[in-house]
Write a protein that binds this ligand. Structure first.
Ligand code: HEM
Length: 148
């Protein structure tokens, strides 16, 4: 199995790590552990950037992967994919702005914006894992059997 064919599994793992960092960062700030919150959120940024690079590399070499599920599950898959894709674009400037407000110690505005950034980013990361499971594990196409 080539390195490229393993990238979807790496992508899903990076998305899962982002989910863990985001949830840990949220719990940390609720407990007033600001330094831990900062580290978790910056780690979530790092895993999301690594995911994006790996995702682009994979699709540069393979193009798009067909979804083979039929009926209701097909509608469900494309509804998740569409909302995931749109929000993945939306969260990029939101994450930058949320970080900028933190660097400037503008906590009131950081908090106000972060209450949007956090759930949307979490949604994008969780649906990234769901899309991987549906596309490569539950309904693999014949040319992509086994998570490739
Ligand atoms: C894009 C990444 C980040 C996200 C999504 C995020 C998310 C959040 C959220 C949701 C809250 C509000 C929690 C609540 O409702 O009580 C919050 C508060 C806070 N965040 Fe972040 N955060 C991020 C980055 C950072 C960074 C890098 C720092 C430190 C430099 C930081 C420091 C804080 C502090 C000190 C608070 C408390 C503000 C207050 O007292 O009202 N955050 N953050």
């Amino acid at each position: 199995m080539s390195i490229i064919s393993r990238l979807p599994l790496l992508n899903a793992s990076l998305n899962s790590l982002s989910v863990l960092f985001l949830l840990s960062g949220y719990v940390a700030i609720r407990r007033r552990r600001a330094t831990l919150h900062q580290r978790c959120m910056l780690s979530a940024c790092a895993t999301s950037v690594a995911f994006l690079m790996s995702y682009l590399t994979y699709h540069y070499y393979t193009g798009s992967t067909p979804f083979t599920g039929q009926g209701v599950v097909r509608w469900l898959y494309f509804a998740i994919l569409l909302s995931h894709t749109v929000l993945a674009v939306v969260i990029v400037p939101l994450v930058f702005l949320t970080l900028r407000r933190a660097w400037r110690a503008d906590w009131v505005r950081h908090r106000r914006l972060a209450r949007w950034t956090f759930p949307l980013w979490l949604y994008v990361s969780v649906t990234g894992v769901i899309i991987y499971l549906m596309l490569y594990q539950l309904y693999p196409s014949s040319s992509h059997v086994g998570g490739s």
